[in-house]
Ligand binder design. Structure first.
Ligand SMILES: *Cc1c(COP(=O)(O)O)cnc(C)c1O
Ligand SMILES: [Zn+2]
Length: 436
């Protein structure tokens, strides 16, 4: 068949612009065309995007990436879109820095913070996955997007949908933090608060995707959405000067980001962009919701689902969709896992703030608290390079720190009153020293 010139041109352009091959079942390997889909028809295992890595050799290089925009789209060749990015043009490329003061406090040699609390526009790692999912939703021709969320995803979907001129329905557990609810509502989505936990929300969203035919980013667009999480890993490697950290500590909720950071490392190794130093991955969960870490510690083949009970609401997923793949990556990479109590999470939030000037939410507190436990137990050697992935911003969850700080009472604007305040804080400091 002879195609008209215009279609041949756009076909040619498409073929040249994208290295995406197909969807492939993670278990049986059956391949599927690039359409909205969550699982394999044969075994109901998740499907994943596969690429023509052979065609990337020599074309996707450090130089080609460095020539890209200062956003997550500099890794576009390794993302599952066909045309140009249509969302998240300012997302990603967040700071990675050497945390010298924190490292000194912990007695480790080389510690880095990858800081997605500064991600744009919604201050969590979710802007990465949503940038890809919304672009994909537009390519597929959807006009309505939605999500099953523990808070940050709803926030990000609402923001990106607004900027892309799409309608949004966001489904959340009813008891989320106020900052996340108001921060989401300002973008004008339809919010659906569900009486239940995340796993109840997610189950309902599967039915909604079927019945309403919307793009539920982490359900029927899940294989495309999850690929966006790789950009967190690509950035770590590039920002370390095209090197991989030896140890990477990552929070686990649904189990998307941890395996995708590892996939990013492996793709860069495969393309000769970084050297293979055998990077090890470590899972961080809250003690009140630790199905994956529990399975790692006990050597279980399959994790046991839990009912979450923790202040770390953004990572409170008791039955993680990709928990099994987190276990696999931990095992294959030679890593481990740890869980942190709510008190340890709060201490870690304050430690990161006090030493490095970064305010993270309980998910970040969990990750740092678990990194500390893994270092202190010797699972992570203190003299090797460690990256801690901070995935969310503390200003969205200020209620967890209510009552944690003492301030002097309000004073008249008089120097004598100020002198009293100075004395008050001196007493406080002395009391803290004698208590420790
Ligand atoms: C969603 C989320 C995570 C991790 O979620 P995964 O589903 O495991 O990718 C971590 N931190 C924050 C702040 C999140 O919002
Ligand atoms: Zn299959």
């Amino acid at each position: 068949m002879i195609l008209p010139f215009e279609s041949r041109l756009s076909l040619g352009r498409r073929l040249k612009m994208s290295y995406v091959a197909h969807l492939r079942c993670k278990e049986c390997g059956k391949t599927y065309p690039l359409t909205p889909r969550t699982v394999c028809d044969v075994d109901f295992a998740p499907v994943e995007v596969d690429y023509h890595y052979d065609r990337m050799q020599g074309n996707v290089t450090r130089a080609s990436i460095e020539a890209g925009p200062r956003s997550l789209w500099r890794y576009k060749d390794l993302l599952p879109i066909e045309g140009q990015p249509q969302a998240g043009l300012r997302s990603g490329f967040t700071p990675l820095f050497k945390a010298e003061r924190l490292a000194a406090e912990l007695g480790v040699k080389e510690l880095y913070i990858k800081d997605d609390s500064a991600n744009y526009p919604s201050f969590s790692y979710k802007d990465r996955v949503v940038a890809v999912a919304i672009t994909k939703a537009k390519e597929f021709g959807f006009d309505t997007v939605g999500c099953a969320s523990t808070g940050n995803l709803a926030h990000s979907v609402a923001a990106h949908a607004a900027a892309a001129g799409m309608k949004a329905f966001v489904m959340i557990p009813h008891d989320l933090e106020e900052g996340k609810i108001i921060g989401t509502l300002v973008f004008g989505p339809k919010m659906v608060k569900i009486q239940g936990n995340y796993d109840d929300v997610n189950r309902l969203c599967t039915q909604i995707a079927d019945k309403y035919g919307w793009a539920i980013v982490n359900v029927n667009l899940r294989p495309y959405y999850t690929e966006g999480a790789k950009t967190h890993g690509f950035e770590i490697a590039e920002q370390l000067g095209w090197k991989l950290p030896q140890h990477t500590v990552v929070p686990v909720a649904g189990g998307t980001i941890l395996p995708k950071i590892y996939k990013a490392y492996q793709e860069f190794i495969k393309l000769g962009i970084v050297e293979d130093n055998g990077p090890r991955m470590y899972a961080a969960q809250a003690a009140g919701c630790n199905p994956v870490v529990d399975a790692i510690e006990k050597g279980l083949e399959l994790f046991k689902p839990q009912k979450p009970n923790t202040i770390a609401k953004s990572i409170a997923i008791g039955n993680p969709a990709d928990g099994f793949y987190v276990q696999q990556v931990i095992k294959n990479s030679g890593g481990w896992g740890a869980a942190a109590t709510d008190a340890e999470i709060l201490d870690a939030i304050k430690l990161l703030a006090r030493t490095e000037g970064v305010f993270t939410e309980p998910a970040g507190g969990t990750t740092l608290a678990c990194a500390i436990k893994l270092i202190q137990s010797g699972k992570i050697p203190a003299n090797e390079s460690i990256t801690v992935c901070i995935t969310g911003n503390g200003l969205k969850t200020i209620e967890v720190l209510q009552g944690q700080f003492v301030t002097a009472p309000a004073i008249p604007a008089k120097l004598a009153a100020f002198d009293e305040v100075v004395a008050f804080y001196e007493e406080q400091a002395a009391a803290a020293v004698s208590a420790s």
